[in-house]
Design a protein around this ligand. Structure first.
Ligand code: SAJ
Length: 453
């Protein structure tokens, strides 16, 4: 297969935070691209020139405008659109079950079924979704081969190239992040030459939108790298959160501790191994990736080994929203006021700052913890339609602020204005170090921050 914008037709399955910008970038690069998604409202919005992504996404609006002029991109709910494609990129969600943490591949399997029933020979299928190690061989390949009667590596080609992007930085991340391409030409004989052939084709395709390095390896290695890099981040964050709890217990400020730990180096030190990068403690870890990719990683080794640190990191990070509720309760005790007669303003429902993405948001875990408190809870978030109320309205008559998300809007609040809006002895529980503790206390607030009480 020779990749060229003039001849190669691309279909992108799943038009979310990954699929939508990827489809647009390939269309901008000159390819004819069809987006396929089951959500009719989203399809209508996209074909009207709109975006399914509400949060701040630098360059996305301009990119939509540029591509619209080319007529090289359209979206549909009809899986027959795959019949015309030479390359099919799959970017659907891959959550895990809440109880067992096993992969929940409903969307993935449904997408593969739609694809396999509209497949022509010599098609290249690329999985961008993050999956548990072993999924390409044990889930994706069997669905494609058994239902089509075609053979991977001979009649159709299969690779994985896990996405590496964050809401709020989508286009920049796709363009500049190095990427890993997993290619194996058949389950039977994973010949390195086969890998290079398919891997080479995928590389020649991604070169049109990715300026970062493109490394070719096997399916399983690419699966482990992606789930692993997110588990690595989760473990780093868990260490920061445990440090915060330790600092609270020992009466130190974790932010001062963190900056001094990260300064533990020689002057002018550049050697990577000598540098420390303690992550940010906070109110919890949300999003579609970090909270579940750790479980995808350990699922891959299910029954083979019993990992310790990755599940423990999940436990520590899942505890943080509950810790926010505990800080709030202890602050109320200091005021001598009853939480059940009070209004509490929760600032931030999205899982990350300046994003509209609320998947696995830590705010939900905080709400669960506060449901029996009897307090009147108001949620404010400038990016989430349901909670788009004015800050003044949210804070008027509130006894406490619980800050869960580091939106820019919350970083410039005036303490005098807050005092005017809120009840006497007002409380600030700061889950993202957005407030200045000393200034808040000087202004008459009871302030408790994660790692800084
Ligand atoms: N968080 C902390 N402390 C930190 C960093 C993050 O508490 O030091 C929290 C955030 O507030 C958020 C959650 O963790 O609730 C996840 O934040 P994130 O910055 O990791 O954002 P994601 O999940 O959108 O992006 C991650 C990134 N993975 C890595 O950096 C290894 C991104 O590169 C991946 O592409 C993305 O997962 C993904 O799609 O897998």
């Amino acid at each position: 297969m020779k990749i060229s914008p003039k001849t190669t037709k691309i279909a992108v399955c799943g038009l979310g935070y990954v699929g939508f910008p990827v489809a647009l970038l390939f269309a901008k690069a000159g390819f004819q691209v069809t987006g396929v998604d089951i959500n009719e409202e989203k399809i209508r919005k996209i074909n009207r020139g709109g975006s399914p992504i509400e949060g701040k996404e630098p360059g996305l609006k301009e990119l939509i405008g540029q591509v619209k002029k080319t007529n090289r991109f359209s979206a549909t709910t009809d899986p027959e659109a795959y019949q015309d494609a030479d390359v099919i990129i799959v970017a659907v969600e891959t959550p895990v079950e809440d109880d067992t943490h096993a992969p929940a591949y409903r969307a993935m399997k449904a997408a593969l079924k739609d694809i396999v029933h509209n497949l022509k020979k010599d098609v290249l299928i690329i999985i961008e979704s993050t999956v548990a190690p072993g999924t390409m061989e044990k889930v994706v390949l069997p669905i494609l081969e058994e239902e089509s009667g075609l053979e991977i590596g001979k009649d159709i080609f299969l690779a994985n190239c896990p996405e590496r992007l964050m809401p709020g930085h989508l286009i920049e991340n796709i363009t500049n992040y190095n990427r890993v391409i997993g290619a194996s030409d058949s389950a039977k004989g994973r010949s390195s030459s086969g890998r290079q052939k398919t891997g080479g084709i995928v590389k020649s395709l991604y070169k049109y939108i990715v300026k970062g390095r493109l490394d070719i390896t096997s399916w399983i290695t690419a699966e482990i790298v992606k789930a692993g890099e997110n588990a690595y981040r989760d473990v780093q964050i868990a260490f920061a959160n445990e440090m915060a709890l330790l600092c609270e217990a020992m009466g130190a400020n974790v932010w001062e501790v963190r900056s001094l730990i990260n300064e533990c180096k020689r002057r002018g030190e550049t050697r990577f191994e000598a540098l420390r990068q303690m992550h940010l403690p906070g109110a919890g870890v949300g999003g579609h990736c970090i909270p579940k990719d750790s479980w995808l990683l350990v699922y891959g080794a299910k029954g083979l080994i019993d990992p310790k640190i990755v599940p423990l990191a999940r436990k520590i990070n899942n505890f943080m929203p509950r810790h926010m509720a505990d800080l709030l309760k202890s602050a109320f005790e200091e005021t001598g006021k009853d939480i059940d007669k009070s209004k509490i303003a929760i600032l931030g429902y999205a899982y990350a700052g300046n994003s509209d993405d609320s998947r696995n948001t830590p705010t939900e875990d905080l709400l669960k913890k506060l449901t029996d408190s009897g307090a009147k809870i108001v949620i404010q978030d400038p990016f989430i339609k349901k909670y788009k109320i004015s800050l003044d309205k949210a804070l008027k008559g509130a006894q406490a602020i619980v800050l869960m998300t580091a939106h820019d809007q919350y970083k410039k609040l005036s303490y005098n204005k807050l005092k005017r809006l809120m009840k006497s002895k007002p409380i600030i529980i700061d889950g993202r170090n957005c407030f200045d503790k000393d200034l808040a206390i000087k202004s008459g607030f009871i302030y408790k921050g994660v790692g800084n009480i």
